[in-house]
Design a protein around this ligand. Structure first.
Ligand code: EPU
Length: 335
């Protein structure tokens, strides 16, 4: 494997591994040309904030560097925005705020690129990408053709879309269309308790979207470790969803368990709570561990290997399963 193709600076865990080939995608035509004479398996890389490298990657890694964003149109339903998929998510959120647009404020400071956002339907503080999503363009990696996906076709769910399932590895997302609102007319949503608390603490009674964004940034910075300081990939696990009957039997033994009833009758349980109460929060094993301020974030204290982090996650999964009979699923992609 070519040591010049190190992926270390391309993943927020800061793990070292090499790829067979890395191609920086800067144009659609350049990508199409590259694909024509490629016979390697393809891996797509955005901001590298949701991957765990467990070894060298014997593949072509496409590093998405497609840039550009613009306001497409304004009408009674809002402001349509188009953005190319290699843009950094948070820079894009800031751009929308500077342009007087509302809709992205609760999703401030999420790491990664635009292209990764629809794949796992990113979400935070009561808002998910699907709430503001209109459609996307993606290149079929086999034919090189661009296909437009309507929102329904993307089949969004909690941290889920068709691009994680049936179409996994088949398309390279190139452009995303969102429907935002004029910030002056928009209703600002502060239903999420932690956001309301911060605004009240600052005596802000009529928050602007910028105030909400600042509150979200404050909460995230207080709980989530900065990957530039401590390698991590945000939530390592998804919050598990269980049936009501299963939940009730767990709750009998653990009456303090935190939970959210979902509209379809199932129950979502925060993985952070389960991991903390299984005794893992802040626990360090070798060069890795569960973060002291947010148990569902696994961190690299420096020098950890992907295999070591994966082994810790296996141990946590087994321990939570043993104690609560609930199966945790990883949110990160293992390479
Ligand atoms: N909790 C604990 N111990 C912990 C962490 C959390 O008991 O160590 C409890 C909290 O007290 C709270 C509940 O779990 O009652 C939920 O915690 P929090 O509001 O911090 O959110 P989360 O469920 O842990 C999810 C997302 C985050 C997102 C936040 C805010 C997932 C897997 N994670 O975390 O997304 O920022 O909600 O909306 O859905 C990410 O995906 O990388 C991510 C950071």
């Amino acid at each position: 494997m070519d040591k010049n193709n190190s992926l270390k600076r391309y993943n927020t865990f800061g793990l070292d591994a090499n790829a067979r080939d890395i191609f920086r995608v800067r144009s659609i035509s350049g990508l199409r040309k590259k694909l024509k004479d490629n016979d390697l398996v393809i891996y797509i890389l955005g901001g590298g904030s949701n991957i765990l490298l467990t070894g060298d990657v014997d593949s072509l890694v496409l590093k998405n560097e497609l840039r550009g964003k613009s306001i497409v149109s304004r009408d009674a339903e809002g402001v349509k925005v188009a953005v190319r998929s290699g843009e950094n998510w948070h820079q894009f959120v800031l751009w929308s705020l500077e342009n007087g647009l509302a809709g992205l404020e609760n999703l401030s400071l999420i790491p990664g690129t635009l292209g990764a956002a629809p794949i796992q339907n990113i979400g935070a503080y009561g808002v998910e990408l699907k709430d503001i999503f209109e459609g996307l363009e993606a290149m079929n990696l086999e034919t090189g053709k661009i296909h437009f996906f309507e929102k329904e076709e993307c089949q969004f769910g909690y941290r889920d879309s068709i691009f994680k399932r049936e179409l996994k590895g088949k398309y390279f997302i190139t452009k995303i269309f969102l429907r935002l609102q004029d910030a002056e007319k928009a209703k600002v949503s502060v239903e999420y308790g932690a956001i309301r608390q911060i605004l009240e603490g600052k005596n802000i009674t009529q928050p602007t979207v910028k105030d909400v964004s600042n509150a979200v940034i404050e909460i995230r910075q207080s709980k989530l470790p900065d990957p530039k300081v401590l390698g991590n990939s945000g939530s390592f696990f998804k919050n598990p969803v269980v049936s009501k009957s299963h939940f009730l039997s767990v709750q009998q033994n653990f009456p303090d368990i935190v939970f959210y009833d979902l509209p379809d009758g199932t129950v979502k349980v925060p993985a952070g709570w389960l991991i903390e109460h299984a005794g893992w929060k802040g626990k360090r094993i070798g060069n890795t561990g569960s973060h002291a301020r947010q148990a569902l974030v696994l961190v690299n204290y420096g020098g950890a290997t992907g295999a070591e982090i994966k082994a810790l996650s296996d141990e946590i999964i087994a321990s939570v399963k043993g104690k609560y009979d609930i199966a945790l699923e990883r949110e990160v992609n293992i390479w």
